[in-house]
Design a protein around this ligand. Structure first.
Ligand code: TXA
Ligand code: MG
Length: 343
Protein backbone atom coordinates (compact mmCIF):
# COMPACT_ATOMS: atom_id res chain seq x y z
CA UNK A 1 0.00 0.00 0.00
CA UNK A 2 1.08 3.57 -0.60
CA UNK A 3 2.79 5.00 2.46
CA UNK A 4 0.76 7.80 3.93
CA UNK A 5 1.93 10.83 5.75
CA UNK A 6 1.81 10.63 9.53
CA UNK A 7 -1.65 9.85 10.99
CA UNK A 8 -3.78 12.67 12.38
CA UNK A 9 -4.22 12.10 16.09
CA UNK A 10 -7.55 13.68 17.03
CA UNK A 11 -9.10 14.20 20.46
CA UNK A 12 -11.76 11.53 20.88
CA UNK A 13 -13.95 13.73 23.02
CA UNK A 14 -14.26 16.31 20.22
CA UNK A 15 -17.53 15.62 18.32
CA UNK A 16 -16.04 17.15 15.15
CA UNK A 17 -13.17 14.64 15.30
CA UNK A 18 -15.60 11.74 15.73
CA UNK A 19 -17.62 13.05 12.76
CA UNK A 20 -14.46 13.13 10.58
CA UNK A 21 -13.52 9.61 11.63
CA UNK A 22 -17.06 8.37 10.97
CA UNK A 23 -16.92 9.85 7.46
CA UNK A 24 -13.62 8.06 6.86
CA UNK A 25 -15.23 4.77 7.96
CA UNK A 26 -18.14 5.36 5.58
CA UNK A 27 -15.65 6.04 2.75
CA UNK A 28 -14.14 2.61 3.33
CA UNK A 29 -11.03 3.71 5.24
CA UNK A 30 -9.57 2.21 8.42
CA UNK A 31 -9.57 4.33 11.58
CA UNK A 32 -7.88 3.62 14.93
CA UNK A 33 -10.10 4.18 17.97
CA UNK A 34 -10.04 3.56 21.73
CA UNK A 35 -12.06 0.91 23.54
CA UNK A 36 -11.97 0.03 27.24
CA UNK A 37 -9.78 -3.02 26.46
CA UNK A 38 -7.26 -1.98 23.79
CA UNK A 39 -7.22 0.34 20.78
CA UNK A 40 -8.86 -1.14 17.70
CA UNK A 41 -8.21 -0.61 13.99
CA UNK A 42 -11.72 -0.41 12.61
CA UNK A 43 -13.48 -0.47 9.26
CA UNK A 44 -17.04 -0.79 7.97
CA UNK A 45 -17.85 -4.44 8.77
CA UNK A 46 -20.28 -4.61 5.84
CA UNK A 47 -17.66 -3.58 3.24
CA UNK A 48 -15.21 -6.39 2.36
CA UNK A 49 -12.72 -4.03 0.70
CA UNK A 50 -12.62 -1.79 3.76
CA UNK A 51 -12.01 -4.83 5.98
CA UNK A 52 -9.22 -6.00 3.66
CA UNK A 53 -7.51 -2.64 4.23
CA UNK A 54 -7.40 -3.39 7.97
CA UNK A 55 -5.50 -6.63 7.34
CA UNK A 56 -3.22 -4.78 4.95
CA UNK A 57 -2.42 -2.03 7.46
CA UNK A 58 -1.67 -4.65 10.14
CA UNK A 59 0.61 -6.57 7.77
CA UNK A 60 -1.04 -9.84 8.80
CA UNK A 61 0.31 -12.74 6.73
CA UNK A 62 -2.95 -14.63 7.33
CA UNK A 63 -6.60 -13.86 8.00
CA UNK A 64 -8.04 -14.10 11.49
CA UNK A 65 -11.73 -13.55 12.13
CA UNK A 66 -12.48 -10.06 13.47
CA UNK A 67 -14.81 -8.83 16.19
CA UNK A 68 -17.72 -6.71 14.95
CA UNK A 69 -18.35 -3.76 17.26
CA UNK A 70 -21.92 -2.57 17.81
CA UNK A 71 -23.35 0.61 19.35
CA UNK A 72 -26.44 -1.08 20.83
CA UNK A 73 -27.44 -4.58 22.00
CA UNK A 74 -30.51 -4.43 19.74
CA UNK A 75 -28.22 -4.64 16.69
CA UNK A 76 -27.41 -8.31 17.44
CA UNK A 77 -30.58 -9.40 15.64
CA UNK A 78 -29.44 -7.67 12.44
CA UNK A 79 -26.26 -9.71 12.10
CA UNK A 80 -26.87 -13.00 13.96
CA UNK A 81 -29.13 -15.98 13.31
CA UNK A 82 -32.53 -15.41 14.97
CA UNK A 83 -32.31 -18.54 17.14
CA UNK A 84 -28.93 -17.48 18.57
CA UNK A 85 -30.01 -13.86 18.99
CA UNK A 86 -33.06 -15.07 20.94
CA UNK A 87 -31.06 -17.46 23.19
CA UNK A 88 -31.92 -16.38 26.77
CA UNK A 89 -28.28 -16.83 27.82
CA UNK A 90 -27.23 -14.28 25.21
CA UNK A 91 -29.87 -11.90 26.55
CA UNK A 92 -28.68 -12.39 30.13
CA UNK A 93 -25.00 -11.85 29.30
CA UNK A 94 -25.70 -8.81 27.18
CA UNK A 95 -28.00 -7.33 29.82
CA UNK A 96 -25.33 -7.72 32.53
CA UNK A 97 -22.08 -7.12 30.71
CA UNK A 98 -22.69 -4.89 27.68
CA UNK A 99 -21.24 -2.45 27.11
CA UNK A 100 -18.11 -4.24 28.29
CA UNK A 101 -15.18 -6.59 27.60
CA UNK A 102 -17.33 -9.53 26.49
CA UNK A 103 -17.54 -10.84 22.91
CA UNK A 104 -20.24 -13.32 21.95
CA UNK A 105 -19.83 -15.62 18.93
CA UNK A 106 -23.13 -16.43 17.18
CA UNK A 107 -24.13 -17.91 13.82
CA UNK A 108 -23.94 -15.11 11.25
CA UNK A 109 -26.36 -13.77 8.68
CA UNK A 110 -25.09 -13.41 5.09
CA UNK A 111 -24.87 -9.62 5.44
CA UNK A 112 -21.54 -10.15 7.24
CA UNK A 113 -18.87 -10.69 4.55
CA UNK A 114 -16.63 -13.74 4.62
CA UNK A 115 -13.44 -11.73 5.14
CA UNK A 116 -14.75 -10.54 8.53
CA UNK A 117 -15.14 -14.10 9.81
CA UNK A 118 -12.27 -15.68 7.81
CA UNK A 119 -14.87 -17.84 6.13
CA UNK A 120 -16.48 -19.14 9.35
CA UNK A 121 -20.27 -19.39 9.63
CA UNK A 122 -20.19 -17.53 12.96
CA UNK A 123 -19.56 -13.89 13.83
CA UNK A 124 -18.05 -12.35 16.97
CA UNK A 125 -20.06 -9.38 18.34
CA UNK A 126 -19.23 -6.92 21.07
CA UNK A 127 -20.44 -3.55 22.38
CA UNK A 128 -17.40 -1.73 23.79
CA UNK A 129 -17.64 0.29 26.98
CA UNK A 130 -15.99 3.48 25.76
CA UNK A 131 -17.81 6.71 24.89
CA UNK A 132 -15.53 7.44 21.93
CA UNK A 133 -15.99 3.97 20.43
CA UNK A 134 -19.76 4.13 20.88
CA UNK A 135 -19.96 7.64 19.40
CA UNK A 136 -17.88 6.53 16.40
CA UNK A 137 -20.01 3.45 15.66
CA UNK A 138 -23.24 5.44 16.04
CA UNK A 139 -21.99 8.29 13.83
CA UNK A 140 -20.71 5.90 11.15
CA UNK A 141 -24.11 4.19 11.11
CA UNK A 142 -22.47 0.82 10.37
CA UNK A 143 -21.00 -1.91 12.58
CA UNK A 144 -17.20 -1.66 12.86
CA UNK A 145 -14.95 -4.70 12.41
CA UNK A 146 -11.74 -4.22 14.37
CA UNK A 147 -8.75 -6.20 15.55
CA UNK A 148 -6.30 -4.64 17.97
CA UNK A 149 -4.50 -1.68 16.35
CA UNK A 150 -0.99 -3.13 16.24
CA UNK A 151 1.24 -4.37 13.43
CA UNK A 152 1.25 -8.15 13.04
CA UNK A 153 3.27 -9.65 15.89
CA UNK A 154 3.36 -6.34 17.79
CA UNK A 155 1.92 -5.61 21.21
CA UNK A 156 -1.71 -4.60 21.64
CA UNK A 157 -1.87 -0.81 22.04
CA UNK A 158 -3.43 0.70 25.16
CA UNK A 159 -2.56 4.33 24.35
CA UNK A 160 -2.86 6.42 21.18
CA UNK A 161 0.98 6.76 21.12
CA UNK A 162 1.31 2.96 20.87
CA UNK A 163 -0.90 3.03 17.78
CA UNK A 164 1.05 5.88 16.22
CA UNK A 165 4.35 4.08 16.81
CA UNK A 166 3.16 0.93 15.01
CA UNK A 167 0.68 2.20 12.45
CA UNK A 168 1.32 5.93 12.22
CA UNK A 169 2.07 5.80 8.51
CA UNK A 170 -0.63 3.28 7.67
CA UNK A 171 -3.79 4.90 9.03
CA UNK A 172 -5.22 8.34 8.36
CA UNK A 173 -6.90 9.00 11.72
CA UNK A 174 -6.17 7.88 15.28
CA UNK A 175 -8.87 8.91 17.78
CA UNK A 176 -7.19 9.52 21.13
CA UNK A 177 -9.28 8.41 24.09
CA UNK A 178 -6.50 8.29 26.67
CA UNK A 179 -5.21 5.08 28.26
CA UNK A 180 -7.44 1.98 28.05
CA UNK A 181 -9.10 1.15 31.37
CA UNK A 182 -9.06 -2.65 31.05
CA UNK A 183 -5.85 -3.11 29.06
CA UNK A 184 -6.42 -6.71 27.97
CA UNK A 185 -8.66 -7.90 25.15
CA UNK A 186 -12.26 -8.97 25.65
CA UNK A 187 -13.33 -12.42 26.82
CA UNK A 188 -14.69 -14.41 23.86
CA UNK A 189 -17.56 -16.88 24.41
CA UNK A 190 -19.10 -19.18 21.80
CA UNK A 191 -22.90 -19.17 22.10
CA UNK A 192 -23.76 -20.48 18.64
CA UNK A 193 -26.33 -23.24 18.21
CA UNK A 194 -27.02 -23.70 21.92
CA UNK A 195 -23.39 -24.10 23.00
CA UNK A 196 -21.61 -22.13 25.70
CA UNK A 197 -17.82 -22.41 25.52
CA UNK A 198 -14.91 -20.20 26.44
CA UNK A 199 -12.81 -19.35 23.37
CA UNK A 200 -10.51 -16.71 24.87
CA UNK A 201 -10.08 -15.56 28.45
CA UNK A 202 -9.97 -11.78 28.66
CA UNK A 203 -11.12 -8.62 30.37
CA UNK A 204 -14.32 -10.10 31.84
CA UNK A 205 -13.62 -12.88 34.38
CA UNK A 206 -14.97 -16.32 33.44
CA UNK A 207 -16.46 -16.59 36.93
CA UNK A 208 -18.75 -13.64 36.25
CA UNK A 209 -19.99 -15.29 33.07
CA UNK A 210 -20.58 -18.65 34.78
CA UNK A 211 -22.41 -16.93 37.58
CA UNK A 212 -24.80 -15.50 35.01
CA UNK A 213 -25.40 -18.51 32.72
CA UNK A 214 -23.90 -21.58 34.39
CA UNK A 215 -20.74 -23.56 33.60
CA UNK A 216 -18.91 -22.96 30.34
CA UNK A 217 -17.52 -25.82 28.28
CA UNK A 218 -13.76 -25.90 28.43
CA UNK A 219 -12.55 -27.02 25.05
CA UNK A 220 -9.50 -29.22 24.55
CA UNK A 221 -6.54 -27.02 23.58
CA UNK A 222 -3.62 -27.85 21.28
CA UNK A 223 -3.04 -27.61 17.55
CA UNK A 224 -5.72 -30.16 16.61
CA UNK A 225 -8.09 -29.58 19.57
CA UNK A 226 -11.59 -28.26 19.02
CA UNK A 227 -10.54 -24.90 20.44
CA UNK A 228 -8.15 -24.45 17.53
CA UNK A 229 -10.93 -24.94 15.00
CA UNK A 230 -13.43 -22.75 16.86
CA UNK A 231 -11.12 -19.88 17.81
CA UNK A 232 -8.90 -19.43 14.80
CA UNK A 233 -7.13 -16.35 16.11
CA UNK A 234 -5.36 -18.55 18.64
CA UNK A 235 -4.27 -21.26 16.27
CA UNK A 236 -3.79 -21.12 12.56
CA UNK A 237 -6.65 -23.49 11.68
CA UNK A 238 -9.27 -21.85 9.49
CA UNK A 239 -12.11 -22.46 7.15
CA UNK A 240 -10.96 -24.65 4.28
CA UNK A 241 -13.21 -25.38 1.32
CA UNK A 242 -14.83 -28.82 1.41
CA UNK A 243 -13.76 -29.28 -2.22
CA UNK A 244 -10.14 -30.35 -2.88
CA UNK A 245 -8.02 -27.43 -4.05
CA UNK A 246 -4.89 -27.44 -6.15
CA UNK A 247 -2.56 -24.51 -6.88
CA UNK A 248 -1.69 -24.26 -10.58
CA UNK A 249 -0.03 -21.55 -12.66
CA UNK A 250 -2.35 -20.00 -15.30
CA UNK A 251 -0.38 -21.48 -18.22
CA UNK A 252 -0.44 -25.02 -16.83
CA UNK A 253 -3.18 -26.81 -18.85
CA UNK A 254 -6.10 -28.10 -16.78
CA UNK A 255 -8.43 -30.34 -18.84
CA UNK A 256 -11.44 -31.93 -17.19
CA UNK A 257 -12.14 -35.51 -18.29
CA UNK A 258 -15.67 -36.10 -19.72
CA UNK A 259 -18.18 -35.54 -16.92
CA UNK A 260 -15.58 -34.03 -14.57
CA UNK A 261 -16.45 -30.61 -13.11
CA UNK A 262 -13.54 -28.33 -12.23
CA UNK A 263 -13.81 -24.84 -10.75
CA UNK A 264 -11.27 -22.12 -11.52
CA UNK A 265 -10.17 -19.51 -9.00
CA UNK A 266 -8.29 -17.05 -11.21
CA UNK A 267 -5.92 -14.48 -9.72
CA UNK A 268 -6.88 -11.84 -12.32
CA UNK A 269 -8.52 -11.42 -15.75
CA UNK A 270 -5.32 -12.33 -17.65
CA UNK A 271 -5.03 -15.48 -15.55
CA UNK A 272 -8.62 -16.44 -16.35
CA UNK A 273 -8.08 -15.91 -20.09
CA UNK A 274 -4.83 -17.88 -20.11
CA UNK A 275 -6.32 -20.80 -18.14
CA UNK A 276 -9.34 -20.92 -20.45
CA UNK A 277 -7.19 -20.83 -23.58
CA UNK A 278 -4.73 -23.58 -22.56
CA UNK A 279 -7.34 -25.76 -20.78
CA UNK A 280 -10.92 -25.93 -19.54
CA UNK A 281 -13.83 -25.72 -19.92
CA UNK A 282 -14.45 -24.88 -16.26
CA UNK A 283 -17.78 -25.59 -14.58
CA UNK A 284 -17.49 -22.42 -12.45
CA UNK A 285 -15.08 -19.48 -12.56
CA UNK A 286 -14.25 -16.86 -9.94
CA UNK A 287 -11.78 -14.00 -10.51
CA UNK A 288 -10.22 -12.63 -7.30
CA UNK A 289 -9.47 -9.22 -8.79
CA UNK A 290 -9.74 -8.27 -12.46
CA UNK A 291 -6.64 -6.08 -12.19
CA UNK A 292 -4.77 -8.29 -9.70
CA UNK A 293 -5.15 -5.83 -6.82
CA UNK A 294 -4.14 -7.75 -3.66
CA UNK A 295 -6.51 -5.79 -1.39
CA UNK A 296 -9.47 -6.59 -3.62
CA UNK A 297 -8.33 -10.21 -3.94
CA UNK A 298 -8.28 -10.54 -0.15
CA UNK A 299 -11.71 -8.95 0.16
CA UNK A 300 -13.17 -11.52 -2.28
CA UNK A 301 -11.26 -14.67 -1.33
CA UNK A 302 -13.65 -16.30 1.15
CA UNK A 303 -16.81 -15.47 -0.81
CA UNK A 304 -15.22 -16.91 -3.94
CA UNK A 305 -14.21 -20.13 -2.14
CA UNK A 306 -17.71 -20.49 -0.71
CA UNK A 307 -19.26 -20.03 -4.15
CA UNK A 308 -16.93 -22.59 -5.73
CA UNK A 309 -17.68 -25.00 -2.87
CA UNK A 310 -21.38 -24.60 -3.59
CA UNK A 311 -21.01 -24.96 -7.37
CA UNK A 312 -20.77 -28.74 -7.12
CA UNK A 313 -17.25 -29.05 -8.56
CA UNK A 314 -14.95 -31.97 -7.72
CA UNK A 315 -11.79 -29.86 -7.75
CA UNK A 316 -10.90 -26.19 -7.40
CA UNK A 317 -7.87 -25.08 -9.39
CA UNK A 318 -6.48 -21.89 -7.84
CA UNK A 319 -3.89 -19.60 -9.39
CA UNK A 320 -1.13 -18.26 -7.14
CA UNK A 321 -1.12 -14.51 -6.45
CA UNK A 322 2.07 -12.46 -6.01
CA UNK A 323 3.20 -12.51 -2.36
CA UNK A 324 3.14 -8.75 -1.87
CA UNK A 325 1.04 -7.03 0.79
CA UNK A 326 -2.19 -8.93 1.36
CA UNK A 327 -1.09 -11.38 -1.34
CA UNK A 328 0.87 -13.17 1.40
CA UNK A 329 -2.30 -13.75 3.42
CA UNK A 330 -4.18 -14.89 0.33
CA UNK A 331 -1.40 -17.36 -0.53
CA UNK A 332 -1.27 -18.56 3.08
CA UNK A 333 -4.97 -19.47 2.88
CA UNK A 334 -4.64 -21.11 -0.54
CA UNK A 335 -1.63 -23.19 0.55
CA UNK A 336 -3.46 -24.34 3.69
CA UNK A 337 -6.49 -25.28 1.64
CA UNK A 338 -4.29 -27.20 -0.82
CA UNK A 339 -2.44 -28.99 2.01
CA UNK A 340 -5.71 -29.83 3.80
CA UNK A 341 -7.15 -31.40 0.68
CA UNK A 342 -3.97 -33.31 -0.18
CA UNK A 343 -4.63 -32.45 -3.83
O1 TXA B 1 -11.01 -6.33 23.29
C1 TXA B 1 -11.00 -6.79 22.15
O2 TXA B 1 -11.58 -7.84 21.87
C2 TXA B 1 -10.25 -5.99 21.08
C3 TXA B 1 -10.93 -4.64 20.92
C4 TXA B 1 -10.37 -3.84 19.79
O3 TXA B 1 -12.32 -4.80 20.78
N1 TXA B 1 -10.19 -6.70 19.83
C5 TXA B 1 -9.43 -7.83 19.66
O4 TXA B 1 -9.47 -8.32 18.37
O5 TXA B 1 -8.81 -8.35 20.54
P1 TXA B 1 -8.49 -9.47 17.84
O6 TXA B 1 -8.70 -9.53 16.36
O7 TXA B 1 -7.10 -9.25 18.31
O8 TXA B 1 -9.07 -10.80 18.46
C6 TXA B 1 -10.31 -11.35 18.05
C7 TXA B 1 -10.54 -12.68 18.73
C8 TXA B 1 -9.62 -13.77 18.21
O9 TXA B 1 -9.23 -14.60 19.28
C9 TXA B 1 -10.53 -14.50 17.24
O10 TXA B 1 -10.17 -15.86 17.06
C10 TXA B 1 -11.89 -14.39 17.94
O11 TXA B 1 -11.89 -13.09 18.47
N2 TXA B 1 -12.97 -14.50 16.97
C11 TXA B 1 -13.42 -13.56 16.12
N3 TXA B 1 -14.41 -14.04 15.35
C12 TXA B 1 -14.61 -15.32 15.74
C13 TXA B 1 -15.50 -16.35 15.32
N4 TXA B 1 -16.38 -16.17 14.35
N5 TXA B 1 -15.41 -17.55 15.95
C14 TXA B 1 -14.50 -17.73 16.93
N6 TXA B 1 -13.63 -16.80 17.36
C15 TXA B 1 -13.68 -15.61 16.78
MG1 MG C 1 -4.82 -8.80 18.64
Amino acid sequence: MAAMTQAHVLAGEDPAAVALAAEAIRRGEAVAFPTETVYGLGANALDPLAVARVFEAKGRPRFDPLIVHLAEPGEIARYAHAADAADPRVARLVERFWPGPLTVVLRKLTLIPGIVTAGLETVALRMPDHPVALALIAAAGVPIAAPSANRFGGLSPTRAEHVVRQLGRRVGIVLDGGPCRVGVESTVVLLAGGRAALLRPGGLPTEAIEEAIGPLEVLPDGPIGELAALSPGRQAVHYAPATPLELRAPDSPVRPTPGERIGLLAANEDGRRTAESVGGPFAAVEVLSATGDPVEAAARLFEALHRLDEAGVGLIVAQPVPERGLGRAVMDRLRRAAAASGA
